[in-house]
Design a protein around this ligand. Structure first.
Ligand code: CO
Length: 142
């Protein structure tokens, strides 16, 4: 069974100040703020911004501590594009396809993401320097 690619779900942007960055995007581009959450275990606070297209959003990520993954990213690369998230209909099959292509995976198994999604990250080494996230939405389960 092969996974079907359903488009770009969101792009993740690393920022130092979540509120300031969100305010800038909302005012300048007329976006609206959506789901916001703090994931203590990952040391990150995230907010999803609606782009006007319900199927694609912008995720702003700010570190809760400097030694978190996003904190280290900001330290080494500064603010900007952190990951591109692709929506798939079958994340297990999509991960299997990446494995078959020899793409190094950050997550060997899908894990729980926000908004009831399943997510998994693949290493930037496998995709010319860009961290890739796979997302399966609950309605896509089959
Ligand atoms: Co994301």
């Amino acid at each position: 069974m092969s996974a079907m690619l359903l488009g770009i779900d969101h792009v993740g942007l690393a920022v130092r100040d979540l509120d300031a960055a969100a305010d800038r995007y909302l005012r300048a581009l007329g976006m609206t703020a959506g789901h916001r959450e703090t994931v203590e275990a990952q040391g990150v606070e995230a907010v999803f911004l609606d782009t006007g297209d319900p199927s694609s959003s912008v995720e702003l990520l700010a570190p809760l501590r400097p030694d978190s993954a996003v904190g280290r990213f900001l330290e080494s690369r500064g603010e900007g594009l952190h990951h591109v998230a692709y929506r798939v209909d079958d994340i297990a099959a999509a991960l299997e396809a990446l494995r078959a292509e020899g793409i190094p995976l950050v997550d060997e198994q899908p894990r729980e993401g926000s908004r009831g999604t399943l997510i998994a990250f693949a290493h930037p080494r496998g995709f010319a320097g860009t961290l890739v996230e796979l997302v399966q939405h609950p309605e896509a389960s089959r």
